[in-house]
Design a protein. Sequence first.
Length: 135
Amino acid sequence: MTETDTLRDERFAAGRQVLDAIDGEAGAKVIDALADIAPELGHQIVAWGFGDIYARPDLQPRERQLVTLGMLTALGGCEPQLEVHIGASLNVGLTPHQIIEAFLHASVYCGFPRALNAVAVARKVFAARGLLPLA
């Protein structure tokens, strides 16, 4: 094994710890689903996205998830990724009310249709976790 291979494996291992802590089983499923068709994409999501970016110290996981929710809502068409990140947001301590508030805030900048789509995904995640109805 070369030094480059060792560094690559270390970055992946560090990123996997962050991914598991934030996204849990849902994140692992995303990476596992790439193994037979795009394993390098899965590696980069873990090593770079989580090992290098998510692990940076200047934003806490809750703050990173709020940013991620806003960006995925604004992009539109990212409902499967939004589902994973709504779950991750709950995992890192955001409340369902805070998540819905983020979508309300996003509606000002990216429109009601995208905010409504995000809320529909939130409904699915909240229902699966027994968090509905919101009081």
